[in-house]
Design a protein around this ligand. Sequence first.
Ligand SMILES: NC(=O)c1ccc[n+]([C@@H]2O[C@H](COP(=O)([O-])OP(=O)(O)OC[C@H]3O[C@@H](n4cnc5c(N)ncnc54)[C@H](OP(=O)(O)O)[C@@H]3O)[C@@H](O)[C@H]2O)c1
Length: 346
Amino acid sequence: MSAPPSTFRKIQAVEIGNNYRKVTQVVTVPYNSLTDDLKPNQVIVKNLYLGINASDVNYTNAKYVPGIKPPFDVGFESMGQIIQAGSLVPKEAVGSHVLVSQYGAYAEYMSVPYTSVIPVPGNKIEYMALRSSGLTSSIALEEMGRMTTGETVLVTAAAGGAGQIAVQLAKLAGNHVIGTCSSDDKVVMLKSLGCDRVINYKKEDFKTVLKKEYPKGVDIVFESVGGSFFTTCLNSLAVKGRLIVIGMVSTYSGASGMQGDKVDTLKLLGKSRTVAGFFVPDYLHLYPSHMQKLVKLFQEGKLKVEIDSAGLDGIEHVVDGVEYLHSGNNKGKVVIPLLPVNHSKI
Ligand SMILES: NC(=O)c1ccc[n+]([C@@H]2O[C@H](COP(=O)([O-])OP(=O)(O)OC[C@H]3O[C@@H](n4cnc5c(N)ncnc54)[C@H](OP(=O)(O)O)[C@@H]3O)[C@@H](O)[C@H]2O)c1
């Protein structure tokens, strides 16, 4: 491990808003701002990869912490290597690779409580997709979806960071899986992940396909898009169907920011349907078992992880990564490596 620098860079929101380029900036701070305040239970992580999330723009738009005042550090998740440990942390922790989830993760170095990091077996960029995207998919399908086997599972934004994992977990559990996406490239990707029916909603009418091909409705929906997608999914829910509200990405960049959808309870009552909200930090206690399952599936080659870095690396390109995700062009999890990498091998 090389010696720490005298300064490092991180990203801060300098005003409230969902235009990431306008409201954030890269700042340089002294490295000893981390070491001087290091608590006995904390470690310093040198970040290697930054995980881009659709909700990054909601955080800068004060939707997560209402009333938050700029400047504040941004980013939710990263993966890196522990380079220094506080006095209460086992010395063997130094050198290990960990997933970090903490506000302010868009930084080259950061301090975090040791108990909050999730160890991973090595330096593989794919692990970055198992934290927010993987845990959300795995826990939501099991807890809110009550997923078993032999049912029909619909995943919207199926070729994205979370969607790609949800598709595969539903398939591995022995379900019929439908996925939506916006391009032929993504159709190919989703078919290779085992999706039984892929709907490119730019070419086919989503509502018509569901009505015609799934007249009894779908049993579980992993719904990330919101707006008209949410309505179509709700109307297509089978008797005793479960619709999990994962997000509403189609609204995040709009003038009003993140917007929810209204639910007509009559549509639930007559068919014993459920609409359930899901927010992964509410299921912290389930992280270890689900992470263990995801890492094992990945190591055994049963879970494929698509990473999309858009050919970018370096903290100054996080903003491009956020814009790339919201352009709708990403295939898989958007991850920005902090050190130059061979992009052809990602
Ligand atoms: N509840 C939780 O705890 C939790 C945790 C993590 C993530 N999430 C949610 O999971 C969803 C996916 O997040 P992610 O970070 O993995 O992002 P992502 O799926 O990798 O990227 C967003 C994708 O959404 C699709 N999309 C559909 N309509 C869109 C629109 N109008 N504008 C832009 N994109 C649109 C695009 O693909 P196509 O158009 O091709 O489908 C795009 O590639 C988001 O709703 C996010 O908020 C929730």
